[in-house]
Design a protein around this ligand. Structure first.
Ligand code: 9MR
Length: 389
């Protein structure tokens, strides 16, 4: 399986390592201490509890008895969308369902809404698996993020061949409009936000990815996709989703420039998702915070949309992984980002096994659905932010 991340890895791109390990560790230890303080009482953190009249039962129980909260309740109390990617084929497993429902308040179909899955030939619509996920969400009061409407990465088969064979701009526009409108209308009112364009930038570098849509429609295709999606469902929140900006400063700059252009042109874009596949297991402290602050200043929402953190060869790999989970949550929430979605939740099912080989255990639950330190780190940050700070 080849992906943006794989291409990046092959091209030798690696996250920049901690510049000053000592000061970074000091910052991380500080964060962890603050998180623990939040669990045992708000006083030491200096954060003010909301007035009793404003507290919901969940908020109150999370404030006063954090141990009694599920992670999902902690997310609700913090006003944070805590999501995970799911596969329809696993929903019949009781452990999978139980862990999912106790932990997350939002789900993203990992593959079921992709063009190749849902509309593989001009006249074939394969709605079944996506319907199953959306029905499950409705029955269990979960939000659903739609992933994705447009994504052409040559090596990965994300767009079906029949679409890639259309070279006439008018015909391609007609087909795209039909696809986006059909999918968004089917899930209108049930899928509240969509990745309209996934990975529009070069995997490695700082230009627009030279995909089929750009090739036939020109550079403005990104804005055009957002306009079509907005016409299809004016209520939906529309996101641009991008990979590998966490460790490529030039690409992060290109993302900001692209979003600024879209906003300046009046494109109906609501938010930007930073995927967060932290392939090397870390991200330099401050990078996400700065990126999110810059994007927020353009007037768009920001989210982490595909977080996973493979373990590395540290002496205590699960503790090191948990520290990075906590760091990512803290930087995101401090920058007013209101969604963090992990790309799966159990090490039993993760694309990282195909990509980096088995055993890298990138997710917050182990293969047997036991919570790892990473889950505690996520919970601690949610509890720390439960006053909406
Ligand atoms: O995890 C997904 C994997 O199961 C699919 O085979 C692959 C191709 O559709 O996509 C993976 O998810 C990708 C996501 O859709 C976009 N960002 C990168 C993710 C990991 O490759």
């Amino acid at each position: 399986m080849r992906t943006a991340a794989l291409e990046a890895a092959e091209a030798g791109v690696r996250p920049r390592r901690f510049v000053a390990i000592a000061s970074a560790l000091a910052a991380v230890v500080g964060l962890a201490a603050a998180s623990l303080a939040a669990c045992s009482g708000a006083a030491e953190t200096g954060r003010v509890a909301p007035p009793a009249s404003q507290t919901t039962t969940t908020r109150a129980s999370c404030t006063h008895r954090p141990d009694a909260c599920t992670t999902r309740q902690a997310a609700d109390a913090a006003g944070v969308t805590l999501g995970t990617a799911v596969a329809a084929s696993h929903l019949d497993q009781a452990d999978y369902r139980r862990t999912l429902l106790e932990t997350f308040n939002s789900i993203t179909p990992e593959n079921e809404l992709k063009w190749s899955s849902i509309h593989p030939t001009p006249d074939t619509w394969n709605f079944g698996p996506a319907d199953q996920i959306v029905d499950f969400a409705q029955a269990n009061d979960l939000q659903v993020k739609g992933h994705n409407l447009i994504w052409d990465q040559k090596v990965i088969g994300s767009t079906p061949d029949w679409v890639l064979r259309i070279d006439d701009p008018a015909e391609l526009r007609r087909v795209i409009r039909d696809h986006i409108t059909t999918v968004m209308h089917r899930y209108r009112g049930k899928v509240d936000r969509w990745d309209v364009v996934n990975e529009p930038l070069d995997t490695v570098g700082s230009g627009l990815y030279d995909n089929h849509f750009r090739h036939v429609l020109g550079d403005d295709y990104v804005a055009e996709m957002f306009r079509i999606a907005h016409e299809a469902d004016p209520e939906a929140h529309l996101f641009l989703n991008e990979a590998a900006v966490e460790y490529q400063p030039a690409k992060a700059g290109a993302l900001i420039a692209l979003v600024k252009r879209l906003v300046d042109e009046g494109t109906p874009i609501d938010g930007v998702g930073v995927q967060g596949h932290l392939i090397s297991g870390s991200v330099e402290p401050g990078v996400l915070r700065t990126l999110f602050d810059e994007l927020r200043s353009l007037g768009v929402a920001v989210a982490i949309t595909e977080l996973d953190i493979p373990t590395s060869s540290d002496a205590r790999p699960l503790d090191a992984q948990a520290t990075v989970y906590g760091q990512v949550l803290a930087e995101c929430l401090d920058a007013s980002c209101r969604e963090v979605t992990t790309w799966g939740f159990t090490d039993r099912y993760t694309w990282i096994d195909d990509f980096l080989g088995p055993g890298r255990a990138p997710l917050p639950f182990d293969r047997s659905y036991r919570p790892k330190s990473a889950l505690n780190a996520i919970r601690d940050e949610l509890l720390l932010h439960q006053n909406g700070n």
